[in-house]
Design a protein. Structure first.
Length: 149
């Protein structure tokens, strides 16, 4: 189980809307000024994510809470988003090669297969997201409250 801190930004009945900011390990790395990933994270900045989960702790707006995120969902999501398009790319290239078509058509079919893989990954990730959100749970309130800004 992964743990993440989040800020309550709204309360809607028995549910709370949480804001979590994506973190990068680059700030603590010694080579973050020369590393491509570190430079990219500095340029793009930090991105906030919002989710609605049951408010089991009766948290109020502005409070920090600790939430648990199942590792299985994170790993499955990573597989879907990264490997599925590659599998489609290689599968269509292999089919094209087995059909003994010209190299240009194999390349084109591979690109189309990868695009189909991205489409399938997007559809599948939206299904997985709905399931994963139901498994995210509030663990505790943080003693540090953040005022609304």
């Amino acid at each position: 189980m992964l743990k993440e801190s989040a800020k309550v930004v709204a309360v809607d009945g028995d549910f709370a809307w949480l804001e979590s900011v994506a973190k990068s390990g680059c700030a603590s790395c010694d080579v973050n000024q020369t590393c491509g990933t570190g430079l990219l994270s500095q340029i793009l900045g930090r991105r906030a994510f919002y989710t609605r989960i049951p408010n089991t702790l009766n948290a109020k707006v502005g409070e920090q809470v600790l939430v648990s995120i199942p590792e299985k969902g994170l790993l499955l999501g990573s597989f879907v988003l990264y490997l599925l398009p590659l599998l489609f790319l290689f599968a269509t290239a292999l089919v094209g090669d087995l059909l003994v078509i010209k190299e240009g058509w194999i390349i084109l079919s591979s690109i189309l297969g990868m695009m189909l893989g991205f489409g399938c990954a997007r559809w599948l990730s939206s299904l997985l997201e709905r399931q994963a959100i139901t498994r995210i749970a509030m663990l505790s309130k943080s003693s540090l409250n953040i005022s609304n800004s």
